[in-house]
Unconditional design. Sequence first.
Length: 135
Amino acid sequence: FWISIGLPNSIFVHQLHIMSSYAMAFILGMHIGMNWMALWKRIKKLPLMGALDRHPQVRFWLVVCIGWAGCAYARLDHVGDRLMMMHIFRTPLASLPVGAGYVLLICFMGLGAIGFYYLQRTLARRAMQKKGGDE
């Protein structure tokens, strides 16, 4: 251990470590979703991303595929079980190539970003409707 402080060999500490890494990946996705509009203003200036801005159907199906792949990652790696701190030894994700696992992990973060973006957008619309209805 790099700072010479030993932790006890505890299954609880291990499960807490694993659970927190999955929670942080999803929270990072939520953070991206919260700031998506500001990020998109910068990203869409790139050549390929600008094409996505001009083709909403392609953008829609890309979001669907990212969301689907994020759900697939959550299922293949038993993310729900890991968040409940169940001890999982080997998951079906382990049989996939390492690169595929990383792409699916990014899609899992994208799932959090998509969900939080649409939640934030829906709540903002409701607040605007309520504000407009009160006046």
